[in-house]
Design a protein around this ligand. Structure first.
Ligand SMILES: Nc1ncnc2c1ncn2[C@@H]1O[C@H](COP(=O)(O)OP(=O)(O)OP(=O)(O)O)[C@@H](O)[C@H]1O
Ligand SMILES: [Mg+2]
Length: 315
């Protein structure tokens, strides 16, 4: 559905998107995840034909984003970061106006507005002036607009930002639902959102893709490098010295815990050091009251990979 190859965007000498490539299959919800300033909006604007790129190529449904922008726009619905609506228009008038701009006939507009009003729960506020609507309602009008021409691909830039918890939940359910019939690409920096609604994830940081996979894949990949926590009664320096001798240990952190020493060790991927720690405690005759593997979360993974990339860019 979407194919991006070596896409680059410079603002002056600043490289906002740095040679990224990815493909999105038809159907399902793809999460484009990254911290502030990662390049999410820039990439999305390029894909929705709002921005030219500085290099590379992108196609949507086989159409070239740069050379066949009319065909691309026909197939893409785009919800920008802040929805630009005309405040003096009523929501219905706005949707009529947008439908006309897209070349939809009167009948197509009428049936299209009925369909999106229902899907986005516009209810009676469809006949109210936009400047009287709350932020969440405006967001729904924006989403209704993006869906009006029944596009194959919906690109949503932070669709739940600024909404209240109920609306966030409803919007997430709606997006999940939309993923059954359309292809949805959404940007977010909210990990739990991506975990809940996305089938696939692309993590971008400082203009580069740092990881791709399903939320579960990413979590598994990170948990291979999980930490082990042990609570031991012994001298700090002895624990430090002896644990560092265990094969595969990368980092040891010690902290006092009511007369015990909470020892957190991280080991190389694939090394489970619990047994070695147990044997060590037994051999040294240290009391051991806890020994467990700390499960990694997607948040741990996100923080790790994005921090690494930001450090690379700063160098
Ligand atoms: N018009 C512009 N001129 C110059 N620099 C820009 C412009 N638009 C974006 N940038 C820079 O490009 C980088 C990427 O911005 P972008 O808006 O794509 O980030 P983002 O991932 O969408 O972040 P956020 O989560 O804050 O929305 C940022 O460093 C930003 O300052
Ligand atoms: Mg953005």
């Amino acid at each position: 559905m979407v194919r991006v190859e070596n896409l680059t965007k410079r603002y002056g000498s600043f490289l906002a998107v740095d040679n990224i490539s990815f493909a999105v299959q038809r159907g399902g919800v793809l999460g484009f995840l990254g911290p502030n300033g990662a390049g999410k909006t820039t990439t999305i604007r390029i894909l929705s034909c709002f921005h030219p790129a500085s290099g590379g190529s992108a196609t949507i449904g086989g159409y070239d984003v740069f050379r066949q922008s009319i065909d691309v726009r026909r197939r893409v619905g785009y919800l920008p970061e802040s929805t630009p609506l005309y405040p003096e228009m009523r929501a219905r008038e706005y949707l009529q106006f947008r439908g006309k701009l897209r070349g939809m006939s009167r009948d197509e507009r009428t049936s299209g507005i009925r369909r999106v009003a229902e899907r986005c729960w516009l209810g009676s506020f469809i006949d109210r002036p936009i400047n009287q609507l709350s932020k969440g309602m405006k967001q729904r009008v924006g989403l209704a607009d993006a869906m009006l021409h029944d596009p194959d691909l919906l690109i949503l830039d932070e669709p739940t930002i600024g909404l209240d918890p109920t609306q966030i939940r409803e919007t997430r359910n709606l997006i999940k639902d939309l993923g059954e019939r359309h292809t949805v690409m959404l940007s977010s920096h909210i990990l739990s959102e991506v975990e809940q609604i996305c089938d696939q994830t692309i993590i971008i940081a400082a203009g580069k893709i740092v990881a791709t996979g399903s939320p579960q894949d990413l979590r598994d990949r990170f948990s291979e490098q999980g930490r082990v926590v042990a609570e031991i009664k012994a001298e700090h320096k002895d624990i430090e010295e002896e644990t560092r001798k265990i094969t595969g240990i990368q980092q040891v952190t010690l902290a006092d815990a009511n007369g015990w020493v909470r020892t957190t060790v991280s080991a190389k991927a694939g090394c489970d050091v619990r047994e070695d720690l147990f044997k060590l405690a037994k051999e040294k005759n240290w009391a051991l009251r806890e020994l467990r593997r700390e499960g990694a979360t997607l948040e741990d993974f996100f923080i790790k990979v994005t921090a690494e990339q930001q450090t690379v860019r700063a160098q």
